[in-house]
Design a protein around this ligand. Structure first.
Ligand code: BDR
Ligand code: CA
Length: 317
């Protein structure tokens, strides 16, 4: 079995990504750590519990982590509704008392240390918890088997800002720390990668019309977001955004579940802009190796679409 530790800011696409991992027979999730992001960290914890309940996996421990970035104040992003899950009321939501007492960062360090070089860390939110773990325990990055991150951008196109993708823009210092102090194989699914690999709306309909509680749940929580995604795509954005359904976090999760999912990557050093009038939070790619950095990451370029669709279908079965 593959052991995963998942750090999320759930968020409907984090929810979809979690459902993918919960349905994968080769995967065991050891814990879910929560970070602020799409909504407050309290809502993120509640949202994760709701997803776990729908999937009959409430036994997986959920930990509350950072409530704000290292320096900024929290960016507002209501792409997924104010509660992160499309503002759909849920009378059966599990109580907050089901969240563990241990802090997410302490749990992260412990879980990784209990199984050195055996656990894949999947990060689908701002990187604040992971940056704090690196600073609390400098040996932590060495014990991670590999990391799969959704965040950043490869061609300086942003979603929350001109040049910055939400997860990195939400905490640029954290992204900087993680991408300069990691020592494990690291793969990144960027904003442009996700946007250029959207899935046809017919597939989305087929997938979410499966006769299951999970499919009905996902379809419901995605309603607000789908409304945004179906808006006409401005001409310049269409250079990289393909029409169709995009679930950003699913790419990083799918890459962690199946190492053959990404069929082509760029292997280079990266960093994150911390200053600049328009570029704070932007990821930069050192394609000519000018920085001569030892650590290099794999930036996803191409993927096996059929495999990706298969994982999504299975998630909602
Ligand atoms: C990322 O930002 C969040 O809004 C999503 O959950 C995803 O992780 C996309 O830029
Ligand atoms: Ca997310």
């Amino acid at each position: 079995k593959k052991f995963l530790l998942v750090d999320v800011d759930a968020g409907v696409d984090d929810a979809a990504a979690l459902m993918m991992a919960l349905a994968a027979p080769n995967v065991e999730i050891l814990g879910i750590t929560c970070c602020f992001g799409n909504t407050t960290v309290e809502n993120v914890c509640k949202n994760v519990l709701r997803v776990l309940k729908k999937c009959n996996h409430l036994q997986i421990p959920v930990y509350q982590g950072a409530s704000s970035p290292l320096l900024n104040t929290m960016k507002k992003d209501y792409f997924y509704g104010t509660d992160g899950l499309g503002d759909v009321p849920d009378a059966d939501a599990p109580g907050f008392d089901q969240v563990q007492q241990e802090h997410a960062v302490a749990a992260m360090i412990r879980i990784i240390s209990e199984r050195p070089n055996k656990v894949t860390l999947v990060a689908t939110g701002p990187l604040t918890n992971i940056a704090l773990a690196v600073k609390m325990d400098p040996t932590f990055p060495k014990k991670i088997k590999n990391m799969s991150i959704m965040g950043g951008n490869m061609y300086s196109r942003g979603n929350i800002d001109i040049c910055a993708e939400f997860n990195f823009a939400a905490d640029p210092e954290a992204a900087y720390i993680v991408l300069n102090e990691y020592t494990c194989p690291t793969a990144i699914a960027t904003w442009e990668f996700a946007s250029s690999n959207s899935l046809p709306w017919e597939f989305y309909e087929k997938c979410t019309s499966q006769d299951s509680e999970k499919a009905r749940f996902l379809k419901e929580i995605y309603t607000v977001t789908i409304g945004y995604q179906k808006r006409p795509i401005p001409k310049l954005r269409a250079l990289y955004r393909k029409p169709g359904f995009v679930s950003c976090d699913c790419f990083a999760m799918a890459a962690a579940i199946d190492e053959d999912l990404v069929t082509e990557s760029m292997f280079c050093a990266v960093s994150v802009e911390l200053t600049g009038s328009h570029t704070r939070g932007m990821m930069i790619l050192d394609i000519d190796d000018r920085l001569q950095k030892k650590n290099k990451v794999s930036i996803a370029k191409e993927l096996d679409v059929e495999k990706f669709k298969g994982l999504l279908m299975a998630a909602l079965k």
